[in-house]
Design a protein around this ligand. Structure first.
Ligand code: FES
Length: 85
């Protein structure tokens, strides 16, 4: 399903760029950059953030403590929940 009509990005493409580790995008803007584009109208940012959050939930918060300090997926979750990272 296309989630960003300006850049023709699918939900699968967004999920594909979310990988464990510190290089994982943690904001929608970083997802655009990862996929070689940039935000235009911004209407899709909330949807992209939701896809990122779902990916974190599905990952089961399984980062090791060593990785967690730099894991961007954890930071996305804590930011969304209003919890200091
Ligand atoms: S719909 Fe994604 S930037 Fe416009």
């Amino acid at each position: 399903m296309i989630v960003c009509s300006c850049n023709v990005l699918s939900d699968g493409a967004v999920r594909a760029c979310l990988q464990d580790g510190p290089a994982c995008p943690r904001t929608p803007a970083q997802v655009y950059a990862c996929l070689g584009c940039s935000p235009k109208c911004g209407r899709c940012a909330r949807t992209i953030r939701s896809i990122m959050q779902k990916a974190l939930d599905e990952a089961g918060h399984s980062c090791s403590s060593a990785c967690a300090s730099s894991c961007t997926l954890v930071k996305v979750q804590t930011a969304e929940e209003g919890i200091a990272a």
